[in-house]
Design a protein. Structure first.
Length: 553
RNA sequence: GCCCCAGUAGCUCAGUGGAUAGAGCCGCAGUUUCCUAAACUGUGGGCCGCAGGUUCGAUUCCUGCCUGGGGUACCA
């Protein structure tokens, strides 16, 4: 049993034994104190009870302690501290049991069945193929993939999807940009306007056109060929970038298919039947005011072209129809206004909008030293995700994007990432993992037989106990990160775990009797078990982040 | 105007209705005949944006304000 649950149970029964009202205990929490020396686990129950009973919290705490019936297999010590906290110290036996559990679980340590196999879709990136993925897309790609990994680890059946539209104005401009570069390469006069895409990749695509078609398209106004050529080339590029990041999409969903399959018309018909659509000023409007919004929205322009809202609604209805139990959408903060209408429309069509979880992440501001770099795909003054990975590698790239909460703006200092990448905390965690491997190798080389049963109760140094404690909370961290869709909690935890391991191994430098590999067969075997458990936790955690766990550095 | 996100150490950022608010980088001082020093130890550094309110207790919750970012399109 989890120690927190056990403690809460003990508090409830002690409270009722003491004749106090247990009803307010649901407000009490069992938590880990942030200060060392305050025990391993603390409860504020006495303070809650005291405010209810209008009496002294420390006295209540004493009453509870007098009525405790604690199992020494779990709890070694109890004390009252501060304004009335009850601090519990875990028994070593509890830690040993947990340590053995980690080894037994192996790669599955940290995973859970919380999701119950829920069919889950995660939609992210969803950039139209007008150019290479930028650093901004990179944040979303890494966040999305990691949220997906977290959900997989907690018992969800996850499907990664990329939604795109190759029919809009952006794509026409893209095709025209290629056409103009094509003419330019043929020596014709061609001028790209401010609105055209000016990146070098456009010229490369135009060169492909020359290789394929020579100058045969010189006098043609045909855009479709250029558009398709560009779309194809750019998508290939995007897929390569994604694969460098270490994952794949299960599907690229083209908005166009919603028109071809009639899904757009179906949605229009359903909304119409519900009386939620009307015509005005030549356009078709959705009565979002009937759904609690402050203004109605155009879904079909007077030109006859739908706005993004209609296909977005149809796409989300399609997700519902495909039977997903959970739909996670990941958007940049510039899309923050687009989803409430979609959810409202789903609701109006009698779908359960609670199945949709929208995650909004803030922007990446690219810094070159102290200079802010303005990024625009059109003006081609962006740094691509590929260039970033060329500079610092995939592991650092992923770690950088995952290290911070998604609703914080991310200041990405390019010069720092390039020149001081050695000081990136990702190496700190990876190095701890490499060290565990190294010690285990060393023990084998010294002829220690690691296959025999070790007596882990020999582990009792403060560094050893502290390390065990932190390894034991890993599953809670994974659950929490998944439940809150907060990938950044994993790197934060891993840095702490790595730190505890570094201290544990360093202890042997200061006090030779604490070295992992010694002549003492018994302590060596026990400490190697702890190293193996640490290696598992670090490797599992890094894998969850899509970051490699090197055996040597 | 209205809506969303943020404001915490010199910098980049964690954190939380509770005990003395943390980490990394940067500064300073140390640790290796040794399982990787990509490490460890010590130390300096803070009106947790401002002002009210709720609470036994607020950096955390509520209200207002200030600053920055993003929305508020018949762009996506």
């Amino acid at each position: 049993m989890k120690i927190n649950e056990y403690i809460q149970q003990c508090i409830v029964s002690a409270t009722s034994r003491a004749g106090l009202d247990t009803s307010c205990l649901s407000k009490s929490t069992v938590s880990t104190p942030k200060q060392k020396g305050h025990g391993d686990v603390a409860s504020n129950a006495a303070m809650i009870l005291a405010s209810q009973a209008r009496s002294n919290p420390r006295q209540i705490a004493q009453t509870l302690i007098d009525n405790f019936d604690l199992d020494p297999a779990y709890i070694a010590d109890v004390s009252i501290a501060g304004p009335g906290f009850i601090n519990f110290t875990m028994s070593n036996d509890y830690l040993f049991e947990g340590l053995a559990g980690i080894i037994q679980m192996g790669e599955n340590y940290g995973c859970s069945q919380w999701g119950g196999g829920a069919k889950t879709q995660v939609e992210f990136v969803s950039a139209n193929p007008t150019g290479p993925l930028t650093i901004g897309h990179g944040r979303q790609a890494v966040l999305g993939d990691t949220v997906a990994r977290l959900l997989e680890a907690t018992g969800h059946d996850v499907f990664r999807e990329y939604y795109f539209n190759d029919a809009g104005r952006q794509m026409r401009v893209l095709g025209d940009s290629v056409r103009l570069r094509y003419l330019e390469l043929l020596g014709e006069d061609a001028v790209l306007s401010e609105d055209h895409y000016q990146g070098e990749y456009i010229r490369d695509i135009a060169q492909t056109a020359i290789d394929e078609k020579g100058n045969s398209l010189k006098d043609s106004d045909e855009l479709e060929y250029f558009k398709k050529l560009a779309e194809h080339a750019i998508f290939e590029e995007i897929k390569r970038t994604i694969s460098r990041l270490g994952f794949e999409f299960d599907r690229f969903f083209n908005e166009l298919s919603l028109y071809e399959s009639g899904k757009i018309d179906e949605v229009k018909a359903i909304l119409d039947r519900k009386g939620l659509i009307y015509e005005s000023e030549g356009a078709t409007w959705l009565k979002t005011t009937d759904m609690g919004m402050d203004q109605d929205r155009v879904i079909i322009k007077s030109s006859g072209e739908p706005t993004y809202r209609l296909p977005d609604i149809a796409y989300h209805r399609d997700k519902m129809e495909r039977g997903f139990d959970l739909v996670v959408d990941i958007f940049g903060s510039d899309h923050v206004a687009t989803y409430p209408d979609v959810l409202a429309a789903l609701d109006a069509m009698d779908y359960d909008k609670a199945k949709v979880k929208v995650l909004i992440h803030q922007f990446v501001t690219l810094m070159e030293g102290k200079e802010k770099v303005k990024m625009s795909t059109r003006k081609a003054n962006f740094v691509t995700l590929d260039e970033l990975m060329d500079e610092v590698g995939t592991d650092v790239t992923r770690y950088f994007f995952l290290n911070r909460s998604m609703n914080s703006h991310l200041n990405f200092d390019l010069s720092l990432a390039k020149t001081e990448s050695d000081e990136n905390p990702v190496y700190y965690v990876q190095y701890a993992h490499a060290r565990t491997c190294s010690v285990i190798r060393h023990a084998e080389e010294q002829g220690h037989d690691l296959s025999t049963e070790a007596d882990i109760t020999l582990l009792d140094a403060p560094e050893e106990l502290a390390l065990m404690k932190i390894l034991l909370i890993y599953p809670d961290i994974v659950s929490l990160a998944a439940r809150e869709y907060a990938p950044h909690k994993i790197p934060t935890y891993l840095e702490e775990a790595a730190s505890a391991y570094h201290r544990f191994q360093h202890a042997g430098k200061v006090d030779a009797s604490l070295r992992v590999v010694t002549d003492n067969v018994h302590t060596t075997a026990a400490r190697i078990v702890l190293c193996r458990a640490t290696r598992l936790v670090l490797a599992n955690g890094l894998h969850l982040l899509g970051i490699s766990a090197p055996e040597k550095m």
